[in-house]
Design a protein around this ligand. Structure first.
Ligand SMILES: [Zn+2]
Length: 170
């Protein structure tokens, strides 16, 4: 299966509010499979559809996939139904390579959506999985993990990211 190109944060698609998916068809399943391959190869924790250029509401989560393939989660049209507590923790993003920062997130969440068979799914998550869900939900709303940081902190990270991109292009 082909690996997909991951867009970086300079691409305007990362700022799009993604649209609900109306049909869960073969094309979508293939896309999800390619996203899974892409995230495993990266490797990364999560990948939202707009990160590969498609402004639609779907993401894949890949926690502990090195040891257990069952930990791959694909959610179509996800919605967070409950958020509780808060927790500071380190985050990175495949669209902002080599940049990590401490981000405040709800420590416990509930999420609902659909799987690739069109069945309604429901997850209760805490800690790192809750963080991953919130990070990917943000992507679907055009938000990047550094948006909530203080401007000064964000500017430092942006400079780091731009330097990294320059090195990659060189
Ligand atoms: Zn991300």
């Amino acid at each position: 299966m082909p690996l997909l190109t991951i867009k970086n944060c300079l691409d305007p698609v990362l700022r799009k509010t993604c649209l609900p998916i109306e049909n869960i068809d073969g094309e979508l399943v293939t896309l999800a499979e390619n996203m899974v391959e892409t995230i495993r190869a990266a490797p990364g924790v999560g990948l939202a559809a707009n990160q590969i250029g498609l402004a639609q509401r779907m993401f894949v989560i890949n926690i502990g996939v090195e040891t257990d393939k069952e930990n791959l989660i694909t959610v179509v049209n996800p919605e967070i139904t409950t958020m509780e507590g808060n927790e500071l923790g380190e985050e990175g993003c495949l669209s902002i390579p080599d940049v990590v920062a401490e981000v405040n997130r709800a420590s416990q969440i509930e999420i609902k959506g659909y799987d690739l068979d069109g069945n309604e799914v429901h997850y209760e998550a805490e800690g790192y999985l809750a963080r991953a869900f919130q990070h990917e939900m943000d992507h679907l709303n055009g938000i990047l993990f550094w948006d909530n940081l203080a401007k000064m902190k964000r500017d430092i990270l942006k400079r780091k990211f731009k330097k990294k991109i320059k090195e990659q292009d060189a």
